[in-house]
Design a protein around this ligand. Structure first.
Ligand code: GRF
Length: 212
């Protein structure tokens, strides 16, 4: 039985694309059954539809700034689709305890830095400014604190002397597209998701320095 996965996004959806591509393999332990966006114009919605996956925009505006009501609508859609695991893939909206609590231990996020370094935005420019020699991406479980949940997997890339934020971002993004499907598979391929999350924490995927 493949785990039913919902993806939340706000933008282009390249990580969604990587998850969709991975899930085409017959032995991949998860399938993307629903994509939701808080922005109707998110290109990721079209990407999902082109792949034959149900995709819907549920904007916050209709809820007059009531975050809990907006999240209740997301939860209703995810529940109706039988979603077991949720992947945040560039979902640019702060989550309240309602959504986080509903999917505790079952909600993943991908962040473009080696957490706990550089939580938040503009991670590539901040990594360059800090002069770090390794940068990368992290898949972690989502908790109420922003970008602070338990780390499931990381991939590292070198920072080169002549890097710009754009070049560094592209090098990291290529690793995101490998790491996210691998981390999701590691979690989804177990009998019980909480047990899998615990196992992944004790036995994380290797931190792999990738070629430039
Ligand atoms: C990625 O860099 C991801 O790490 C971050 O948001 C970005 C989403 O990119 N959370 P995309 O929409 O998947 O292309």
């Amino acid at each position: 039985m493949r785990r039913r996965v919902g993806v939340l996004l706000s933008g282009r959806g390249s990580n969604l694309g990587a998850l969709l591509a991975a899930s085409r393999a017959a032995d991949y332990p998860a399938e993307i059954v629903l994509v939701l966006s808080n922005r109707a114009e998110a290109p990721g919605l079209e990407l999902a539809r082109a792949a034959g996956v149900e995709a819907r925009a549920i904007g916050q505006r209709g809820f007059g700034g009531d975050r809990a009501a907006h999240e209740a609508a997301l939860i209703a859609a995810l529940t109706a689709a039988g979603v077991e695991l949720v992947c945040l893939a560039g979902y640019m909206r702060k989550l309240s305890p309602l959504l986080v609590g509903r999917y505790a231990g079952r909600m993943l996020n991908i962040h473009p830095s080696l957490l706990p370094a550089f939580p938040g935005l503009e991670t590539h420019a901040r990594a360059l400014a800090a002069g770090v020699k390794l940068h990368g991406c992290t898949v972690h479980l989502v908790t109420e604190a922003l970008d602070e949940g338990p780390i499931l997997a990381q991939a590292a890339v070198p920072v080169l002397d002549d890097d710009t934020a754009e070049r560094l971002a592209a090098r990291v993004l290529a690793q995101e597209h490998l790491l996210y499907p691998a981390a999701l598979a590691a979690l989804a391929g177990r009998q019980s998701v909480p047990a899998a999350a615990a196992a992944a924490l004790h036995n994380p995927l290797p931190l792999t320095p990738a070629a430039a």
